[in-house]
Design a protein around this ligand. Structure first.
Ligand code: BGC
Length: 484
């Protein structure tokens, strides 16, 4: 394997001869606070490893480390037709997956944009919306009707406690969701009831985290896959542990599950360092947290994931213009003052701007924020976008390195999905570089032994495979949850 892609942008601290002098000291201070040297990455990774262990212990810790009750590795031989849905980002996805049984599959899918107010709607509105989408999809795909209820794998991309594969008690909403009446409850019967109200012939077989789905889907086709990772609206990772190494399951394992039975763990590591001991948070991160629906939660995720990257940039620009009176002088800042007006595509488009004079960035600011920009301002904005993207990618490596070190992986593929991984310019190269630094691979290493690779479709194919594995266990009279 060769090093992936071009080298990440070099830090250019101190070379700002072409922007106004008044910007320089501000810029240097921002560079300082957003740059993560390898020593910091090591410190974060070390704490990460001990927090992963703590999460598996009886006492527990900040990182939930949820056993996902996927107790088998996929073999590639799983077959059959399954429905899968994915709730957790900006869209609801419904997928019909035909598993071929030879590490192959076919998918047909529809995407439904979540209504803009659903993140804060009432619980029934959410479940009814999903059930209506499912009805539309099933009516289109099965116009003749079905003889048996369709088995469905429900990818629910939030921290949900599971004592069995077919349940999930929402611990807390993340990613700006704040729907009343769901936290603390099992989401499976809620969706099943809504589906029944719509008369759709569906049986929810398994509840799956998107990272677990990603892990299993990738293992279906790639024997080197070691973990499933999402860098999207939120961030998280899953890997396989063995039941005997999960102290909090002691005394709860059913008789047919032995100490060496594999168990997929949904780490929920977006909550790493909620106690704020090692992450170098800036005042912008602190403000984002304080103004979020769940302050104090998802500390790591709030510095990394797509839901927040544009907001970090917005807060910095607001400070530079409103408080420091350096940027956008004499202009109407009302748009820039709107929280979350800049989603992640905003810094991504700035970084993608191919023009020397950053004319795409100029147009973006004009059209979305009604702000005109000087050439000097645009240079600084571009640098800020780079810094925010680089910080996200480098922090992301700490979770990966921690899982590798914990499980003793010295080689393998880390299967990643999500909008930031797939679409944020430079993320892949920066993350690869971060891993090289963390593992100390110098130029003498021609092929990185641990690489991040694009995942198979976890929330579709992964959910389907897990549904198939679950049906097989049930058919064989095997357990899919704690000792009853
Ligand atoms: C959720 C995880 C999910 C991740 C990526 C986080 O906010 O808590 O369950 O895996 O986002 O979607």
């Amino acid at each position: 394997m060769v090093h992936l892609g071009p080298k990440p942008p070099q830090h250019r601290k101190g070379t700002w001869t072409d922007v106004p002098a008044s910007f320089i000291s501000e810029l240097h201070a921002l560079e300082e606070s957003l740059t993560l040297p390898v020593e910091t990455l090591h410190k974060i990774t070390d704490k990460f490893i001990s927090e992963l262990d703590k999460g598996l212990s009886k006492a527990g810790g900040n990182i939930p480390m949820i056993p996902g009750w996927v107790l088998d590795f996929p073999t590639g031989k799983e077959s059959g037709d399954y429905l899968a849905i994915d709730l957790g980002g900006t869209n609801l996805r419904v997928v019909l997956v035909k598993l071929g049984g030879n590490s192959d599959f076919d998918t047909t899918q529809s995407k439904y944009a979540l209504p803009s107010d659903i993140r804060t709607a009432k619980s029934e509105a959410l479940w009814d919306f999903i059930a209506e989408c499912l009805k539309k999809f099933v009516d289109e795909e099965f116009p003749e009707g079905v003889t048996e209820p369709l088995p469905l794998g429900f990818t629910f991309s939030f921290p949900a406690s599971q004592d069995a594969i077919n349940e999930g008690f929402l611990q807390r909403w993340t990613k700006g969701f704040d729907i009343e009446g769901v936290e603390g409850n099992d989401v499976v019967p809620m969706l099943q009831a809504a589906v029944e109200r719509q008369n759709v012939p569906i049986n929810i077989v398994a509840l799956i985290n998107d990272t677990t789905g990603t892990l299993v889907a990738s293992m279906y086709t790639d024997p080197e896959a070691k973990m499933g990772l999402i860098f999207g609206t939120g961030c998280n990772g899953a890997y396989y542990d063995v039941c005997g190494d999960i102290p909090k399951l002691e005394g709860k394992l059913p008789a047919d599950v032995s100490a060496d039975t594999p168990m997929a763990i949904n780490c929920e590591y977006g909550s790493f360092d909620n106690e704020h001991e090692v992450l170098p948070r800036t005042k912008y991160d602190i403000q984002i947290d304080a103004e979020s629906p769940r302050p104090g939660q998802q500390a790591f995720e709030k510095m990394i994931s797509g839901y927040y990257l544009g907001e970090v940039l917005r807060l910095i620009l607001l400070e530079l213009s409103k408080e420091k009176k350096l940027f956008f002088q004499g202009q109407d800042l009302s748009k820039l003052e709107q929280s979350f007006i800049m989603d992640t595509s905003f810094p991504a488009r700035i970084e993608e701007d191919p023009f020397e004079n950053l004319s795409d960035t100029q147009e973006l600011f004009q059209s979305v924020l009604n702000l005109s920009t000087t050439a000097g301002e645009r240079k600084v904005i571009r640098r800020l976008a780079e810094l925010i993207g680089d910080r996200s990618a480098r922090l992301s490596c700490c979770g990966i390195a921690a899982i590798c070190k914990k499980r003793g992986y010295t080689s393998g593929h880390c299967a990643a999905d999500g909008s930031v991984y797939n679409r944020y310019p430079g993320f892949k190269e920066r993350a690869a570089q971060g891993l090289r630094e963390l593992f100390g691979w110098g130029p003498e290493i021609k092929e990185d032994p641990i690489i991040i690779v694009p995942a198979e479709d976890g929330s579709g194919v992964g959910a389907a495979i897990i549904a198939a594995l679950t049906e097989k266990r049930l058919k064989n009279g095997l357990s899919v949850g704690v000792k009853k």
